[in-house]
Design a protein around this ligand. Structure first.
Ligand SMILES: [Zn+2]
Length: 263
């Protein structure tokens, strides 16, 4: 009986630890951001915004013309805020965007002073625990806090941002006076594209809802796999306060999506 139980635990552990996509060390992903900043000095910068609970450097890749222009309209892209939901997408996005930065659509976007902020791994401690199959927190940060419930809840006036990973990022965006217009927060792997509305005290006017649904339908046409579209609480079937997309929508009126990729 005991052996059977142990086998179940071990097999469960191995399944939880089998990585689909390649998962490079966090330090390697950070080094890539530094190389990109070196290779594209006119438009790419690696900006540090503090240290994680376990002391890892937190950094964002900013793609924008330097020095910054007056327009601060910004796109924010987050990956692995749940450390075990790494998709191997956001850490490649910066590389790809910079490789096509000579194309008119992106050149024009940057010439107008708009900015793109990319955080490949928003929860590095959880990511490293997941990547190395350690017993520490994987979804949460090293303080066992779910970072995607740690954003200020603007509709109730509740202040959160209690963790260095969330507080540092928001302070950086505020320092830069970024006016966030679009957010994409990558998760895995429920197969959904969710817009703000993570709890019942959240209100979104119909016009904004329509806007999100229209864009989501367009994205659905190009995203791989079958995905569900809806507000966050109906997609995951539970409610939650302090979700990043709710925060960005209410703070900046940004079009905000949580993408639950398909593995
Ligand atoms: Zn998640």
């Amino acid at each position: 009986m005991l052996i059977r139980k142990l086998l179940l635990i071990v097999s469960g552990w191995l399944a939880a630890c089998s990585h689909g996509p390649p998962a490079p060390p966090y330090s390697e992903i950070q080094a890539t951001l530094a190389v990109l900043a070196q290779d594209y000095p006119a438009i790419a910068q690696r900006l540090e915004y503090g240290k994680s609970v376990d002391g890892r450097n937190l950094a964002v890749l900013r793609i924008a013309t330097s020095p910054l222009r007056k327009s601060a309209r910004s796109v924010v892209i987050l990956g692995a805020i749940h450390g075990d939901e790494y998709m191997h997408i956001v850490d490649r996005l910066g590389i790809w965007l910079l490789s096509v930065s000579g194309k008119p659509w992106l050149r024009g976007f940057l010439a107008r002073g708009h900015r793109i902020y990319i955080v490949p791994i928003a929860n590095p401690d959880g990511y490293e625990n997941w990547r190395n199959c350690r017993f520490g927190p994987r979804r949460n940060n090293a303080n066992r806090v779910d970072l995607n419930r740690d954003f200020d809840v603007i509709s109730t006036g509740e202040k959160r941002l209690t963790q260095p990973e969330t507080r540092g990022l928001i302070e950086l965006l505020e320092r830069e006076a970024a006016s966030v217009r679009l957010v994409m927060n990558y998760h895995c792997c429920a197969g959904a594209l969710a817009y703000p509305g993570g709890h019942y005290k959240f209100y979104m006017p119909d016009e904004d809802k329509r806007r999100h649904v229209e864009i989501a339908r367009e994205l659905h046409g190009i995203l791989w796999g079958d995905i569900e579209i809806g507000d966050w609480k109906s997609v995951v079937d539970y409610t939650g306060l302090g979700v990043a997309i709710d925060y960005f929508y209410q703070r900046h009126h940004a079009v905000s999506f949580l993408y639950e990729g398909v593995s």
